[in-house]
Design a protein around this ligand. Structure first.
Ligand SMILES: CCc1ccncc1CNCCCCSC[C@H]1O[C@@H](n2ccc3c(N)ncnc32)[C@H](O)[C@@H]1O
Length: 693
């Protein structure tokens, strides 16, 4: 579609969503990380010059590490890449750098490779960077165990044989660190932190959990950890212990690799340095490329990488007994018990006191200690997405909403009394078409005289709403679930029954990622047909601000004109540059504000035709800036007016929304006092912007 009509905004937004998915953003971060590139290049050169003449690059991505090996003089270089898009990209890059004939790239997963079918003989060196924030997330352990058994020359004791006859891996190993932290921002995304919102008591919500849990029983619907850039978390975090070494791994020792996952788990002692409630365990690592080069993902270092976060779930209503014996400053999770319903469930294993020595396998202990804390004795918990959990914890949003609904219902009642015909017992029909888990239908139903329809679909979530209705004395018949699972937008918005119309429809208009929800305006124009009705929200005001942010640039494209490690890579991968950045925390984004916040746009949901299609907005850059900065992007947020007076901001402190930013195609040279002209364009629900001096 883009090729046919490059200016068609809807197609452009879809391309952005696809490009974001096809080429992960970290390819740009990696290629822009010059230190990382140089360290890998050095380690590869050293290995090749010491005799490793045949090389396999596992997970080649753009092909950069394989090209380093070739340039360092390796006689045979092979590479494999499981992603089709990256495989094709690597082929383009390698041939564009004149190495097409000398690097053999395979579109396959290393685990499927065999000698001699795929590579003629075993290689002396495997290079790879198939690691994620939690180290193991890209399957490096499995890949290396398979490589040692099938693709690498056997590991010889060095002195007996020359280097080229023995196999080895870059990176040579990794050290994993952990640290207990207190962090409200993580807490509010992974557990219920409030007891009452919008006039509803949440006491009977039952157990609510985020999809992140390290429970001992591997449950594929749950992920063991999430990732955060600790240095960019709003409100920061407090370290509750010193960083401790959780694990050392030698990637050149296949027995150790195989042993890791089958070892017994023991307890873990964490020396406490600061008291406070434990919200999560942060984990990072050092990747030892060789004896002298290592990469670190430690927070606050100038690493661009995120850390792995293991939230600690303490189930609501339980009393978690943790003997935080600060005797000789050791936090002992060793005697952990859960008091539930008066019954004490001892979670602890035999105390680690018996073998207080250095633990053989702390990484697995880490997980078991956490599993202890999170052992899900109660099977009947309900999983909410992190954003749904943060929304649930957002008192301000629900209270604002409750005010708006109360005003609306009383207005409707007033209208009724004026029309003597209508009987005072008439019910008002309210439909909540919010995506995902939403309490708004309950808040509407709690006003009385309201029949609320919720579009919550998942059974477990409907159970939670029913439980909350009962415990908040909302009559069962005031809440119904509407058209579950129907794909048809028109159907969802049809009337509940022939004679009735909806009195109000609740739309949630801004996606958690920070963009206006796709098809919002189409949905809004659908519902505006028929009798004039009050909708919540009634309008959305879009704000923006010009900023200069190196971090955003590093995540969006390979920067600079000079080649990467001497290779011409940028033009190829930059074709996947996506100007729209989502899920940002604007409050902690490293950036320089180049203008005041400016009202860019008003979306009037009650009159969808009234919206502007293009709009000129003058923006000034404050005079304080010294160097003529590049204004390279503007960040977006929204004020959502639930009615003409009540509004919630997507930038507010406890907001569950993240922000979006639009990176300009070409950075604009601006200097203080300039006037920039932003052209804001709304086509259906897709906002696109461009800036001209
Ligand atoms: C300090 C490094 C760091 C620290 C923390 N966070 C991120 C990083 C940066 N590394 C991210 C790379 C992560 C993605 S891996 C790179 C490419 O390799 C491909 N692949 C992965 C496994 C695999 C396989 N067995 N066989 C063939 N191909 C494979 C992926 O399809 C991807 O294109």
């Amino acid at each position: 579609a883009l090729k046919l009509r490059p200016d068609y905004p809807e197609a452009r937004e879809n391309f952005y969503r696809v490009a974001n998915w096809l080429v992960e953003r970290w390819h740009f971060l990696m290629l822009n990380d010059h230190r990382r590139n140089q360290k890998y290049q050095q380690a590869i050169e050293r290995a090749v010059q010491s005799g490793c003449s045949t090389v396999l690059d596992i997970g080649t991505g753009t092909g950069i590490l394989g090209m380093c090996a070739k340039k360092a003089g390796a006689s045979e270089v092979y590479a494999c890449e499981l992603s089709k898009t990256m495989y094709e990209l690597a082929c383009e890059v390698v041939s564009a750098n004149g190495l097409g004939g000398s690097i053999n790239i395979l579109h396959m997963k290393s685990l499927e490779m065999e000698v001699p079918r795929d590579i003629p003989k075993r290689v002396s060196l495997v290079v790879t960077e198939t690691v994620d924030a939690g180290l193991f997330g890209e399957g490096i352990m499995e890949s290396l165990i398979h490589a040692w058994h099938n693709l690498l020359l056997p590991r010889q004791v060095m002195m007996l044989s020359e280097p080229s006859a023995t196999g080895r891996v870059i990176p040579a190993g990794a050290t994993v660190f952990g640290m207990a932290i207190k962090c409200p921002e993580i807490r509010r995304h992974h557990g219920l932190c409030v007891s009452e919102v919008g006039g509803l008591s949440l006491a009977d919500s039952g157990e609510l959990r985020s999809p992140v849990s390290c429970s001992s029983v591997p449950d594929d619907s749950m992920e063991p950890y999430t990732t955060e850039r600790l240095s960019r978390l709003p409100g920061g975090y407090t370290a509750l212990t010193l960083p401790f070494t959780a694990l050392n791994i030698d990637f050149n020792n296949v027995q150790e690799l195989e042993g890791l996952s089958s070892r017994p788990v023991q307890q873990m002692w964490l020396p406490v340095t600061q008291e406070g409630e434990l919200d999560a365990l942060a984990v990072w690592f050092q990747l030892h490329l060789d004896e002298d080069n290592s990469l670190s993902t430690k927070p606050h270092e100038d690493t661009c990488w995120e850390q792995a976060i293991y939230p600690v779930h303490t189930t609501k209503g339980d009393t978690l007994l943790v003997e935080v014996s600060c005797r000789d400053a050791y936090l002992r999770l060793c005697s952990v018990a859960v008091l539930r319903g008066g019954q004490e469930i001892r979670l602890d294993k035999p105390l680690a006191l018996m073998n207080p020595g250095p633990s053989q396998n702390p990484e697995a202990e880490l997980c078991s200690a956490l599993a202890c804390l999170q052992t899900d004795h109660t099977k009947d918990y309900c999983v909410l997405e992190c954003a749904e959990m943060a929304l649930l914890n957002n008192k301000e949003y629900h209270n604002s909403f409750q005010c708006a609904v109360t005003k609306l219902i009383s207005r409707l009642k007033l209208n009724n009394t004026r029309q003597e015909a209508a009987d005072s017992s008439e019910l008002f029909y309210v439909l909540d078409v919010s995506e995902g888990f939403s309490l708004l239908s309950l808040i509407a139903a709690s006003q009385g005289h309201v029949k609320a329809y919720s579009s919550v679909e998942k059974n477990k979530q409907q159970e939670v709403l029913k439980r909350l209705a009962r415990s908040n004395n909302i009559p069962e018949e005031s809440l119904e679930f509407w058209l579950n699972g129907t794909e048809d937008e028109q159907g969802v918005l049809q009337r509940p029954s022939t004679e009735k119309l909806w009195s109000a429809i609740i739309l949630d208009c801004v996606e958690t990622c920070g963009l206006v929800r796709q098809k919002l305006m189409e949905k809004a124009s659908l519902v505006s047909a028929g009798r004039r009705r009050e909708d919540i929200p009634e309008r959305i005001v879009v704000y923006g601000m010009l900023v200069e942010s190196d971090m955003l640039l590093l995540e969006s494209a390979v920067q600079g004109q000079e080649p990467t490690l001497g290779f011409n890579i940028a033009p190829f991968i930059n074709q996947f540059t996506v100007p729209v950045h989502v899920f940002l925390d604007f409050s902690t984004l490293e950036c320089k504000h180049l203008s005041e916040s400016v009202e860019l746009f008003v979306l009037d949901l009650m009159d969808t035709n009234a919206n502007y299609t293009t709009r000129q907005v003058k923006v000034t850059t404050p005079g304080t800036l010294t160097n003529t900065p590049f204004s390279d992007c503007y960040s977006l947020w929204y004020h959502i007016y639930l009615d003409q007076d009540i509004c919630v901001s997507t930038l507010s402190q406890n907001s569950h929304w993240k922000q979006a930013a639009v990176v300009l195609q070409e950075p604009l040279q601006v200097s203080a006092g300039d006037w920039l002209c932003l052209t804001v364009n709304l086509h259906k629900s897709t906002i696109s912007m461009s800036a001209q001096p």
